[in-house]
Design a protein. Structure first.
Ligand code: HEC
Length: 100
């Protein structure tokens, strides 16, 4: 447990923007729900739906807080137990981009 805490601390403090690639993380985590829009999740590529949420939460940091705390059908940490803030932000930005 102690080892884990140290590792988590190290990971958090050495935070660069997105350590692992979106391509690696997305299919196993956010994509499970956001690709098809499960349980009302805003869909990957639905730029209009994402913009409404982005504006309502005051930007990327507000959305990040929802992901970490969970929101209705989205569990806290959103199925990525070891994602860094930078990784979460990269994943959100990936889903916000218009499809095609
Ligand atoms: C178990 C399904 C599920 C997974 C996995 C999931 N989400 Fe979600 N997500 C949802 C649902 C459902 C909503 C809509 C919640 C609502 O507004 O009721 C949502 C909403 C969001 C929102 C909008 C929050 C807001 O404040 O409006 C963001 C940002 C988000 N998800 C990011 C992510 C990211 C990033 C990941 C991957 C790390 C992820 N989600 C994984 C189901 C999921």
């Amino acid at each position: 447990m102690k080892k884990f805490a140290v590792a988590a601390l190290l990971m958090a403090s050495s935070l660069a923007y997105a350590d692992r690639s979106v391509d690696e993380l997305y299919p196993k985590t956010c994509g499970v729900c956001h690709e098809a829009g499960v349980a009302g999740a805003p869909k990957h590529g639905d730029a209009a739906a994402w913009k409404l949420r982005f504006d309502a939460k005051g930007g990327l940091d507000g959305l990040l807080a929802s992901v970490k705390n969970g929101l209705n059908a989205m569990p806290p940490k959103a199925m990525c137990m070891d994602c860094t803030d930078g990784e979460y932000k990269a994943l959100i930005e990936h889903m916000m981009k218009p499809a095609g």
